[in-house]
Design a protein around this ligand. Structure first.
Ligand SMILES: Cc1cc2nc3c(=O)[nH]c(=O)nc-3n(C[C@H](O)[C@H](O)[C@H](O)COP(=O)(O)OP(=O)(O)OC[C@H]3O[C@@H](n4cnc5c(N)ncnc54)[C@H](O)[C@@H]3O)c2cc1C
Ligand code: FES
Length: 326
């Protein structure tokens, strides 16, 4: 057991427990999202000892050197004196300017931002409610062109943030938005290279942003988008994507349905399997994989085995927190 000291309060961290789990068990109000070291919403600062290296993950060097670390990745090796960030630190208040259903469970949420140039299509941000509840969502548009961020938010039954967005958040309300994060975005080099975009569910969000960005930059190589879901009703923007593919001869779009018989115009099977079967050699391709974490992990391995360079495989795994801890 190690003590965690915050101001004059002493909390206990049990053997093998992370700092995040210990603080949540002790009812300390600390923001978190993925609990998997991805979203960086659980950053805290050690005021005395150096945090374990694995808890500092991909943090910026300036944060590492000042003792910041990810609470969800830190199993302490000794007592620590901690400082929690102010709830709103690193976040900007932004207004909701649009909210509409795209299918039976997915909502397009649009938020006005003042500094749109800082955000790239395909990156993700953390959205924070006024009580500190924080979740990550991917940017589905080119922010610079509209001064707004668009998100595709799937409503999980009982999901604290997503159900609240669907049922309660209204146009005119405000949300806190973090700095942009992640490296899953389009770089306007090698415009003749093939782009293979594979997404499940709201994995279409970053892919739609990346696709729009590539087309806006005049990408000349083939662009192939595969979007999958179990049932047709859980796909969205199928007509919009079909129309876009008619306008751009180098773009093809394949909606995939994995459960039962696929209706006409839809490929039967999982998007990643359909896409990989159609591309036996990926040595000249840039591959973007977004959505369910298992799909992303497995397909990353297979794309590599089919010849894609690791540096040309971009992943955005939508890790959902496994435990409703507070
Ligand atoms: C980098 C990143 C980007 C992301 N981008 C997006 C995005 O663009 N769009 C998007 O919708 N989400 C995205 N997510 C997921 C998002 O951050 C939230 O985790 C998600 O919306 C659920 O949050 P919640 O508070 O509603 O659910 P929580 O209250 O956190 O509850 C999640 C609970 O639901 C359960 N659960 C998990 N999957 C399902 C399921 N399919 N059906 C029913 N229950 C389930 C889990 O076991 C868990 O207990 C992203 C995540 C990451 C890490
Ligand atoms: S990085 Fe810790 S909760 Fe996401």
């Amino acid at each position: 057991m190690f003590d965690l000291l915050i101001k004059n309060n002493r909390f206990t961290c049990r053997p093998g427990e992370t700092v995040l789990d210990a603080l949540l068990r002790e009812n300390v109000n600390i923001p978190y999202g993925c609990r998997a070291g991805i979203c960086q919403s659980c950053v805290v600062q050690s005021l005395d000892v150096t945090p374990p290296a694995e808890a500092q993950g991909n943090l910026k060097d300036t944060l590492k050197s000042s003792g910041h670390f990810l609470a969800c990745q830190c199993v302490p090796e000794q007592a620590m004196r901690l400082k929690l960030p102010a709830q709103e630190a690193g976040y900007t208040d932004c207004a909701v300017i649009g909210s509409e259903l795209m299918n039976r469970n997915t909502r397009l949420l649009i938020i006005r931002v003042n500094d749109a140039h800082r955000y790239k299509a395909g990156q993700f941000v953390n959205l924070q409610r006024s009580d500190g509840l924080t979740r990550s969502y991917s940017i589905a548009n080119i922010p610079q062109s509209s001064g707004a961020l668009e998100f595709h938010i799937r409503c999980l039954p009982g999901g604290r943030f997503s159900a609240w967005v669907h049922d309660e958040l209204k146009v005119g309300d405000s949300l806190r938005v973090s700095e942009p994060q992640g490296h899953c975005f389009y770089l306007p080099d090698r415009k003749e290279q093939g782009l293979l975009l594979i997404g499940t569910g709201t994995g279409l969000a970053p892919l739609a942003g990346i696709l729009a960005d590539a087309l806006a930059h005049g990408h000349s190589g083939p662009i192939r988008l595969f979007h999958g879901s179990r049932e047709k009703e859980d796909l969205y923007w199928t007509e919009e994507m079909r129309e876009l593919a008619k306008r751009y001869p180098n773009l093809s779009y394949t909606p995939c349905v994995s459960s039962g018989d696929a209706p006409e115009g839809f490929a039967p099977g999982r998007a990643n399997e359909v896409a990989l079967a159609a591309h036996p050699d990926l040595s000249r391709w840039r591959v973007f994989l977004c959505g369910h974490p298992d799909m992303v992990k497995n397909t990353q391995k297979q794309a590599y085995l089919k010849g894609a360079r690791l540096a040309d495989i971009y992943c955005d795994a939508f890790v959902v927190s496994t435990e409703a801890a507070d």
